[in-house]
Write a protein that binds this ligand. Structure first.
Ligand code: ZN
Length: 440
């Protein structure tokens, strides 16, 4: 009989969710007190005992941890740092971060951490978007030591799908494989999903020849960029769903359901806090940094991990029936641009560019000096090989400036570039050039 990927948790009321979190938190603190040399030190210093956890508010007694602290501990105690809470021989799954912003960090999973928690949660998320055993899933990713889409691969196998690995091959070959294997679900970053579509166009391959029904994206925000989502859905003739996670969570942190109105947070595995700069919980709809506490994994769980990701959340029950909070990821705190006293995330500008069908989905953001003042410069290009007429160019500039002013209260300088002249990105995009950092 087909296994249906619902967990009992998904039917829980708010009270039941919080009671489960408290029970698991208390057990996790007791477990770490026994098994983690890092947390033994912290608990002794802060005089924390598992039996002191009477409400979720008591979580605040535990100090934050961030990726730098994890990295430093791993440098001192390679490879896993003082966080390892099991014997090394119990580790069956190994990943490391790509180390683009900091030196790489190592992550180990026990079999149960991986199969019963990480993969199970992802299978649940995929199932809620409509993935079923009869689906043929293509995983467009190089199968590296970075966790990325490994979880999607195993989750789809667990559901019972045919999973086609897209590692070690060119983009063109990937497209041909997707066509010949009649792929119905594609897992990729949003940038790579665009890249695949561009290569298909250049090669004269009609994407309608691939019977895709679902597109699952991760690695870059999508739900906060509705313009990008609708454009991807149009190009691929499929519904696109956003999923989000951070390596330190040991489980996908959020995934969209069929309602597409925010990512349901994995509250049975991770307790979320959404905090302002002072470390206080923000109200629904306000922007804050996501901090989470893993309450179930065993190999190297972290408590109150600062993700560096800015999110907004909604705690109203979803139309799908789930009562977990829903988050929308806006961008990384590291990516935030402060210009003329305004905070701008690249995803916000992306959203506006992608709402202009006359523009291609490529753009660049420059922070550069014009007549002695640093300006926010948005470079865009026509959608297609034909240049705009002067009147068309004027119209699109006016439209974009109007959108940015209305939404961000800042007037950008819009530069329309030659057709197909902006840089193309394959996996993750780097669209911001901050000349202020280079000039100083
Ligand atoms: Zn929902």
């Amino acid at each position: 009989m087909e296994k249906r990927f619902f967990s009992e948790f998904e039917a829980f009321s708010r009270e039941e969710i919080e009671a489960l979190q408290l029970e698991r938190l208390e057990k996790q603190v007791a477990y770490l007190d026994q098994n983690s040399s890092y947390y033994q030190g912290i608990f002794r210093k802060e005089i924390i005992k598992s039996e002191d956890f009477k409400s979720l508010d008591d979580l605040k007694r535990i100090p934050f941890i961030d990726k730098y602290m994890v990295g430093e501990s791993q440098e001192r105690h390679p490879p896993f740092g003082e966080f390892l809470s099991v014997q090394e021989r119990e580790i069956v799954k190994y990943f490391r971060t790509s180390g683009t912003t900091f030196h790489p960090r190592n992550f180990g999973y026990t079999f149960s951490d991986w199969w019963d928690v990480t993969v199970e949660v992802m299978a649940r998320m995929k199932y809620s978007t409509g993935v079923r055993p009869e689906d043929r899933v293509f995983i467009a990713f190089p199968y590296s030591t970075f966790i990325s889409l490994w979880t999607s691969h195993y989750a789809c196998e667990k559901i019972g799908c045919m999973v086609i690995p897209g590692g070690g091959t060119s983009t063109k070959e990937r497209l041909n494989l997707m066509k010949s294997m009649k792929v119905t679900v594609l897992c990729a970053t949003p940038t790579y999903a665009y890249h695949l579509a561009n290569v298909a166009r250049d090669e004269g391959l009609d994407l309608r020849d691939i019977p895709l029904k679902l597109l699952h994206t991760g690695g870059e925000p999508l739900a906060s960029v509705p313009g990008s989502r609708s454009r991807l859905e149009e190009i691929w003739h499929a519904k696109a769903f956003d999923q989000y996670g951070a390596s330190e969570g040991y489980a996908p942190a959020g995934g969209e359901c069929s309602e597409q109105n925010g990512l349901h947070f994995t509250e049975d595995v991770l307790i979320p806090e959404i905090l302002n700069e002072k470390g206080e919980q923000v109200a629904p709809g306000e922007r804050g940094e996501l901090v989470f506490t893993n309450i179930i994994s065993k190999a190297m769980p972290l408590l109150r991990f600062k993700t560096g990701d800015m999110v907004i959340y909604d705690d109203e029950p979803c139309a799908c029936g789930r009562k977990s909070i829903r988050i929308t990821v806006i961008g990384r705190t590291d990516d935030m641009i402060v210009i003329k006293g305004t905070n701008v995330f690249p995803a916000m500008l992306e959203e506006m560019v992608k709402r202009c069908p006359e523009l291609s989905s490529e753009f660049m953001i420059l922070l550069d000096e014009i007549e002695g003042v640093y300006e926010l410069i948005l470079q865009v290009e026509p959608n297609g090989p034909v240049k705009f007429s002067p009147a068309e160019e004027e119209a699109v500039k006016e439209k974009l400036i109007g959108m940015v002013r209305e939404n961000l209260r800042i007037r950008p300088v819009v530069q329309v570039m030659e057709p197909e002249s902006l840089p193309r990105f394959e996996v993750k995009s780097k669209r911001v050039i901050d000349k202020r950092k280079m000039d100083t």
